[in-house]
Design a protein around this ligand. Structure first.
Ligand SMILES: [Zn+2]
Length: 328
């Protein structure tokens, strides 16, 4: 992507997640020079979350020893349907109360810098495409597994948003019509079966049914502040139950991958998000194997299924790419 030299020298990328807000200050070259993180605390309400985003941005700028005046634009990835033109979050299934939230307007009022809002997974795949995939493949599917599951599509080298700017909602592809309820109100969505939320629910339900797991030894009976990294530790210490649950989620990710490869025919399927970052070693081989089992014969030829090296930074990198493109 060609960039003109009169663009702002520094930009900020923000990844608004259901669990945490991550902000990064980037040079125009996309080198990250400062980050900050706060928990989202969605249960405190929309206004409080917006205040926390503003604080997180200020912390990241402070971390980079810069001031707000030096920032040309702020890109934000939000976990749901976004009206890019208006800068509103139409609906976010993993953020309580987020319906038609004018995020751009509110943050511009608080920070005094142009703000650009996109769907989080859309910009994460954009970030991976611009900053990581040096061969610049034309067709890429991104699957980001965290609190929910986001998806993004690069088609013919461009981010594809569809007619309503809602394309790529891979997490809400129904993969089991009799499956568990999803945050979107539907049943059996991919994210209701393989997101961190789904994995944690299955583990908690198993414990209630008497399953033995090292997690209760590590964290107490209610599992306290359970994180994806705890699952990795438990599996590496031989926890068969956690291993089975994580493998089940990996199988669903493989099935979703096969569906998407059948439909899109990408060169690369890139997996990211906090769950993949923590559990790539445990999940990737199952994902690749299952995807190959379920894909139509011939469709998997020369398709790379990879874990993004940007890890949890894919979102802030993509948000910075967006801000760099849009900031005047
Ligand atoms: Zn859903």
């Amino acid at each position: 992507m060609a960039e003109s030299s009169n663009k702002a020298e520094y930009i900020v990328g923000v990844d608004l997640g259901g669990t945490k807000v991550l902000a990064g200050v980037f040079k125009n070259s996309l080198e990250c020079i400062g980050t900050a993180k706060v928990s989202t605390k969605a249960q405190r309400g929309v206004d409080k979350v917006i205040e926390r985003i503003a604080r997180c941005v200020q912390d990241a700028i402070d971390e980079a020893d810069l001031s707000m005046k030096q920032i040309g634009g702020i890109g934000i990835g939000a976990p749901g349907a976004v009206d890019f033109g208006a800068g509103t979050v139409i609906f976010a299934p993993n953020l309580e109360g987020w319906k038609d939230v004018p995020l751009k307007k509110e943050l511009e009022k608080q920070l005094g810098v142009p703000v650009f809002v996109e769907n989080d997974a859309n910009i994460a795949v954009l970030g991976v495409h611009v900053a990581e995939l040096k061969a610049k493949p034309k067709h890429v599917v991104g699957i980001f597994v965290g609190t929910g599951i986001g998806g993004g599509l690069i088609l013919n080298g461009e981010l594809f948003s569809g007619a309503n700017h809602t394309a790529g909602e891979i997490g809400h592809m129904v993969v089991d019509v009799n499956g568990p309820k999803c945050g979107c109100g539907n049943k059996g969505c991919f994210e209701a079966l393989a997101s961190r939320t789904a994995i944690f629910q299955q583990i908690k339900a198993g414990i209630k049914d008497g399953q033995k797991t090292l997690l209760t030894e590590m964290l107490g009976d209610d599992l306290g502040d359970l994180r994806s990294g705890d699952l990795r530790k438990a599996i590496r210490r031989g926890d068969k139950f956690v291993d089975r649950v994580v493998e089940g989620a990996a199988e669903y990710i493989g099935i979703a991958t096969a569906n998407l490869v059948n439909i899109i025919g990408p060169e690369v399927v890139v997996l990211g998000g906090g769950v993949i970052e923590a559990l790539a070693d445990e999940m990737m081989s199952v994902i690749v194997e299952t995807a190959n089992d379920y894909a139509m014969p011939g469709t998997m030829k020369d398709v790379d299924i990879i874990a993004s090296k940007l890890g949890d930074n894919a979102g802030i990198t993509g948000a910075a790419v967006l801000a760099r493109r849009e900031a005047k």
